[in-house]
Design a protein around this ligand. Sequence first.
Ligand SMILES: [Zn+2]
Length: 435
Amino acid sequence: MLRRTLRLLILVLVLAVPASPAGEEGQVISVSKSAVDPARLARQGFDLLMEKEGRVYIVAGPGDLAALASGRIPYTIEAPGSLAAGGPALSADGGLNGAFHSALELETDIRTLERDFPGLARVVEIGESLEGRKIWALKISDNASMDEGEPAAIFLGCHHAREWISVEVPFLFGKYLLENYGLSQDVRDLVDGSEIWIVPIVNPDGLEYSIHVYRYWRKNRRANADGTYGVDINRNYGYRWGFDNIGSSGNPGSDLYRGTRPFSEPETAAVRDLFTDHDFRAAISFHSYSQAIMYPWGYTTDPAPGDAGLGAIAATMSGLMAAVNGTVYTYGQASRLLYTTNGDTVDWTYGLRGAPSFTIELPPVDIDGGGFFNDEAAIGAIFGENLPAMLYLARYTLDHPLPGRRRVPLRPAWGRDRLGEGLRFVILKAPVRVR
Ligand SMILES: [Zn+2]
C-alpha cells in the first residue's frame, strides 16, 4: 500500500512538471487497448511507453498519427508534459539537464580526470557524430598513453538519447577507478593489468536533441531519405543485422529503424573500430529503464553458445548488485526477458569474439517509477549498486586470460575451455562482416 501510495505520489509530481517543447517530433498519445493489440503496435514500430488502466501510451510522431488515423484507431493526445517531461528534480543551475551530463559537460569532466590522473587516464577521440561532435572514450590503465596490448573491458552509455542515466554510470565508474587507484590494491591490480575503456556517450547528437528539443528522442540525428530523422544505433550493429522486422524496423520513421546497412552510422562505426582494434574480453552497454541484466542472443530466442556461462555471470552480477541497496535486477537472455532485438551492440560484441557481453537496463523498473526520468538525487545510488558488477566483469577479463597471447585475433577468439570454472564458450562461427 505504501509502495502504491509512493508510486502515485511520484506520478503526481511527474504530471505536475511543465511541458518541454515536443515540437513536431512527437507527443505522448494513448489508445484504448480495446482498439489495438499492443504487441502488434510494437511490431509496427510504434514506440510504446506503457500500458495503464486499459490504455496503451505511445510516443508518436506525425507519421504514427497518420498511421493510426488511416487505421481508424481513435487516440487521445495526452496533456503536454504529461508522463514525466523533464523530471521533478532538476536543479536550476545545471541547465535543462540538471546534474546529468550534456556532451560538452562530459568532455570537460573526462578531460579534468585526464589532467588530475596523468598516466592513468587518457581521453581518446574514437569518432565523430553526424553533426560533428566528437565521440570520446576514457581509457584507464597504467601507462594509459601506451598501447600495451592488455586485455580490455568496455563500458558504453547513451546509445539511446533519452536514457540520460546511462551516461552517468560508466562515467562514474571511470572516476571511481582513478580516485581509488591509490587507495585500493584491488583497483590497482585491475587497472595495472588491463585497459578499461569507457564511452559514456555513444550518441552525442541524440543526447543534445533530447536535452534541448525533445526529451523523448531516442535515435541519432541521421536525415533519412524520406524526410524523417534518426537511426536506432542499437539496431545498426553488424551481427544478424536486419534479421527480421520484429527486432528492428526497415521503416525510417520508426524509433527502431536499423539504417540502410550495418554500421551505416558513424556512431556505431566508432565503437566497431575501437572494439576491433583492442583485445576486448568483456562489454557492458548501459540503457534504461527496466532494471535488468540481459545477455545474447537478442535476435533469437534460441540460446547462444555458452548460454549457461553468460547466465552464471549475470546471476553473480545481480547478486552483487542486490547486496548494495537491495535493488533487484532481473536477468536472462535478452530476447526472452524483454523482447527480440537485432543489430544491437552486445549481440555483435558477443558474436564477434565471444566476449561476455551484457546490456544493463538501469532503474526504474517501470514508467510509474519515472521511466526515462531518473531523479538526479538517485544517480549516486544507481552507480553504487552497479559498481560491484562492473568491477566483477572487468576483473573477469584478467582472471580468464588467453594463454600465450598478447592480442586476440579477430575471430574466433575465445576457444573452448578457455574460460575455465565450468564456463564454456564454444568457438563462434559468426558470419560477421566487420566493415
Ligand atoms: Zn536503450
